[in-house]
Unconditional design. Structure first.
Length: 181
């Protein structure tokens, strides 16, 4: 067990290093998911501003955006790895990069489901897109709240952390709306 950066009794350096990497991996996966959430929030808001959005076009835009962000992340990861190590990634390092970056793709699930529900006639596409943006911002609040709880500063701190993340998400929407197309 690692306590305050020191190894606990019976913990090997390898086990401590593995635990540290696991923590780094979880943080990296969350970072990627938050980045993709902010990006897709801007995309669905832009789609909702389209005069006559279509279901297929909206779904493809969301899916291609998520794939594009994912591929760009993988390319950037490989380039930074080569710059740092002077060699290409090993199969194990590629698997790790795929694992860390995979949450980028999950971010598209909510908007795609809502677009699908709209295609079935359950709600207007513009409403589905705006609801997608709202769900993404609510997700940011939940991650901020959870992070605040994990920091151990109490429920008020957790709510404030969630509010900060919500304000960031709302700022992305405001910038998109103010900038227009």
């Amino acid at each position: 067990m690692v306590v305050s950066g020191r190894q606990g009794p019976g913990t090997t350096p390898e086990a401590a290093a593995t635990a540290a990497r696991a923590g780094d991996t979880a943080a990296a996966r969350l970072k990627e998911r938050i980045y993709a959430t902010l990006t897709l929030t801007a995309v669905v808001v832009a789609l909702s501003e389209t005069a006559h959005p279509e279901h297929l076009e909206s779904a493809l835009t969301v899916a291609v955006t998520a794939l594009g962000i994912w591929f760009a992340t993988l390319v950037a990861d490989e380039q930074s790895h080569r710059a740092q190590t002077g060699r290409g990634a090993t199969v194990q390092e590629i698997r790790a990069a795929l694992h860390v970056s995979s949450p980028l793709l999950l971010t598209a699930a909510g908007p795609l489901v809502l677009i699908g529900v709209s295609a079935l006639g359950a709600l207007d596409l513009g409403t589905a897109l705006l609801l997608s943006a709202a769900v993404e911002v609510a997700t940011l609040f939940l991650w901020g709240w959870r992070t605040g709880l994990r920091m151990g500063n109490g429920p008020l701190s957790a709510v404030l952390s969630g509010i900060v993340d919500t304000v960031i998400g709302m700022s992305v929407i405001a910038v998109k709306l103010l900038a227009g197309h």
